[in-house]
Design a protein around this ligand. Structure first.
Ligand code: CTP
Ligand code: ZN
Length: 152
């Protein structure tokens, strides 16, 4: 039987194969907050073909691939499906951008990005597999096991 946990949508974006437990962080990264007026459905810990996953569906909004690449940090296996008139018309895998700006808070308390200066955090990608990033300002390389707690 096909997955029936969350209804198909007519138009919009489905972010599928999100690492289980990370759906709310995905919404946070996309800047979707309380009071947003899009229709959003979230499924967590759904059984997929390759194990459990979370799913986020955003109706009537097509996210572009740049926008969703940020998601790769916390959901490296996610797929972005663009839906038009109930059909999947595009499917992309997320990929890690070369620079990660304004998403990860630097774990170094003395970093200039944690001071009162209005400077956005910025990390350079040092390696992709496994993912390693380095603060552009102070050189700190965060522990990637804890990356979720550093998402701004
Ligand atoms: N989906 C949806 N509304 C639609 C069409 C698809 O919500 N009108 C959802 C599906 O439930 C699925 C995702 O969009 O979570 C991708 O759909 P599809 O490509 O049909 O599923 P799969 O073939 O299982 O995708 P994959 O191979 O990426 O796992
Ligand atoms: Zn820093």
């Amino acid at each position: 039987m096909k997955e029936l946990k969350v209804q198909p949508i007519k138009d919009g974006t489905v972010i599928d194969h999100i690492t289980p437990g990370n759906a709310l962080k995905v919404l946070k990264i996309l800047g979707i907050k309380e009071g947003a007026n899009s229709v959003i459905s979230i499924a967590m810990n759904v059984a997929g073909k390759r194990g459990r996953k979370d799913i986020v569906k955003i109706e009537n909004r097509e996210l572009d691939s740049k926008e969703v690449d940020k998601i790769a940090l916390i959901a490296p296996d996610a797929t972005i499906n663009i839906i038009r008139d109930y059909e999947v018309v595009e499917k992309h895998r997320v990929s890690i951008p070369d620079e990660i700006v304004g998403i990860v808070r630097c774990p170094n308390p003395n970093c200039i990005t944690n001071s009162r200066e209005p400077i956005k955090s910025k990390f350079v990608v040092v390696s992709r597999k496994p993912l390693k990033i380095r603060c552009y300002y102070c050189g700190r390389e965060p522990d990637m096991e804890k990356i979720e707690s550093m998402i701004e």
